[in-house]
Design a protein around this ligand. Sequence first.
Ligand code: SAM
Length: 303
Amino acid sequence: MQHKLIYKCLQNEKVTAFVKRQYIASYSRYFSGHENECRDMLESAFDVLQKSQENGLNKTKWNKAVYTISKDIFQIRNDSFWFNKMHYAYKTLIRPKKDYEAVSALLKGNIVHDFGCDGGFFSLELLRDGFNVVLSDVVDHRISEVKNLPFYYMKSPVDVGYLKDKIDTTIVKTVLHHIDKRYLATVLKKLKKTGSRIIVEEDIYGVPSFIRDASDKLISQKNFKEFASLSLEEQYQYCVLTDYFSNAVIYGRPDITFPFNFMSVDDWKSVFEAAGFTVQKCIINGFNNWKLTQNCQAWFVLD
Ligand SMILES: C[S@@+](CC[C@H](N)C(=O)[O-])C[C@H]1O[C@@H](n2cnc3c(N)ncnc32)[C@H](O)[C@@H]1O
């Protein structure tokens, strides 16, 4: 885990304040009726993490703080806590449904591979709409509803050689920034070999290089404007902090790999093209206001 990098991001008051404000705003929107509790929980969480590091980077204190926040503030083991009930509904129903609506027109064929499926919430949405679904991940966190579907437990980050059957479309939803740069080209080339269309969702930064193509809708997003006003390094730090905070601290999943492999749209395009893909489409959504974690996001369609 890159403690040093996250520590550096946390030290940047401007970025941390922006991240915190985004969390408080989006959580207050979604957890309506619990606005004050959301504010208190998020402020305490940042406070506990920052206080644990007030005398400099200390990994032991860091890990202890993350554990305490997940256990005591977000109470991840308490299923009857209002936060967890509503959060579960967001994760299992609301987000997958909205994501599905956003990409369904881009799906090709009937066999879809959910690469880096995590719980399989998106797979379930595909299944409900009649697709044959294959899942894979380097961890096995599948919910019971998808346990009877074909699943490949990857033994290493580049263990993609299992795809012997025909796949029409592969969904790679917020997975690539979790793959170390050393492995990325190999993974993409192996996915390319399946002959399937690949649909990638990524958190992006590097706004100045693509703002030329950005629609009015994007520029009118308040968060997008503020994000775009940050320096490139600060935009990257924003991506790091939100990725780490959502997955490791709030969801209680510090076991996910965090190489923070975020890139600009132009850099992603170069990486995809180097792996042999043609980038058919790049849809920049920017900040979707219904998302709990507020990030600048894009979909890439690769053939
Ligand atoms: C942020 S989660 C996204 C999960 C899911 N795709 C979604 O949109 O809800 C990232 C997922 O990528 C998985 N992952 C990390 N490295 C991977 C790799 N090399 N190959 C496949 N999955 C990987 C993680 O285990 C985790 O489940």
